[in-house]
Design a binder for this molecule. Sequence first.
Ligand SMILES: NC(=O)c1ccc[n+]([C@@H]2O[C@H](COP(=O)([O-])OP(=O)(O)OC[C@H]3O[C@@H](n4cnc5c(N)ncnc54)[C@H](O)[C@@H]3O)[C@@H](O)[C@H]2O)c1
Length: 348
Amino acid sequence: MKDKTRVAIIGCGVIGPLHAECFNANDDAEVVWVCDLISEKAQQLAEKTGSDVKWTTNYKDVLNADDVDAVSVCTDHASHADIFVESLEHGKDTLCEKPLAQNSENLDKMLAAKARHPERICGGVFQHRFDPIYVELHDIISSGALGTLLNANTQLRCYRSDSYYTDTPWRGTWKDEGGSVLINQAIHYIDQLLWHTGDEDKIKGTVKNIAHRNVIETEDCAAAFLEFKCGAVGTIEVTSASHLDWFSRISFFGTDGSIEITGDKQIFVKTKDKEQEDLILKRLEAALEPIQPAVTGKKYYGPGHFAQVADFIEAVRERREPSVTLESAAETLRAVFAIYDTTRQAGQ
Ligand SMILES: NC(=O)c1ccc[n+]([C@@H]2O[C@H](COP(=O)([O-])OP(=O)(O)OC[C@H]3O[C@@H](n4cnc5c(N)ncnc54)[C@H](O)[C@@H]3O)[C@@H](O)[C@H]2O)c1
C-alpha cells in the first residue's frame, strides 16, 4: 500500500480549508491538489496547505491527475452531483459535503453512480455523528436505556444576515442551494434525529420565508411532524432569522427516561432509575472531553470533521464502506426534500 492516500480538495471557500486541515492532520493522508473556480482561493489554500500542493481552477485537472487517490467535494450544493459522479468515473474515492445534492434528481444521479462503481469508496459528510457526545448518545439510546421511545425532537435557531445570502449568489435560491435553513443548517440536527431514532416513516412539514422576504426566495423558517419507524413521533422546528447566533437542541423522551442536549452541550437526563440516571449523565459529561479544536471553521462545526475524515481515509485504505454511507446521508436528505414537497403539495 502507498505510504499516504493522496487527496484533492475541490472547493476552497468556507469549508474546503477545514477539510484540507483534517486530511493533513491524518497520518495516512496528504493533500496534494486543491481546486477552486476562483484562482486566488485555490492558490491561497495551496500555499497554506503545503509547499508541494498543486492548484487549479478546473476540477477536471484534479480528476485526470494520476497522483490523486481521493477527492473531497466542498463546493456549493448544485455542483456536488456532477463533480461526485465524474470523480467516481475517474476512479477516485470521494467524500462529499452535506447536503449531497440540492434536488432529488441530482441525488439519484449520485446514488446511481455509486451503484455503477461499487469498487469506489464514497460517503457524505455529517460530522456530528462523530462528535464524542453524540456517539455516546447513540450508544445509550440504542441500548434501550430510555425504554420505548415516544418523542424525538430537534430545534435550531440561528441568525443569517441578509449579506450572508446576498454576498454568495448560490445561497437563498431553489436552483442552487435547494432551500435554505432546512437543507443547509438544520440538516445536521435532522440527521441526528434520524440516526438516533432509526429513520422516519412519515414526514410532513411547512417552510416559510418570514424575515428574509426581499432577500431570498427560499425559507428562513420551517417546522415538521415525523412518525419514526420505531413508532415514536417527533417534531423539527428551525429558523435562520433568530436573534440567537446559533442555538440547537435535540431531545429524546422514552417510557423509562429522557435526554436533551443543547448545542452548547447543556445536558439534561432524567430516568426512572436514579442510579441509571447518574451513570448516563457521567457518560455524556465524560464525552464532552477531550475535544480536538479545529483551527479553521466555526465553533458549531464541532470536532467531528477530523474523525469523519479519519474514518473515510481508513475506509479507503481498508476498502470498506465509511461509517456515514452515501445511502445513509441520502436518507436524511430525502427527509428534508419531503418537508419541501409536503409544503408544495399543500399549495404554500
Ligand atoms: N459540514 C459542515 O458543518 C459545513 C459547514 C459549512 C459548509 N458546508 C457545506 O460545504 C459546501 C461548501 O460550502 P461553503 O460554505 O464552503 O461554500 P462557499 O461558497 O464558501 O465555497 C464553495 C467554493 O466552491 C467553489 N466552486 C464552486 N463550483 C466549483 C467548481 N465547479 N469547481 C471548483 N470550485 C468550485 C466556489 O468558487 C467557492 O469558492 C456546501 O455543501 C455547504 O453546505 C458544510
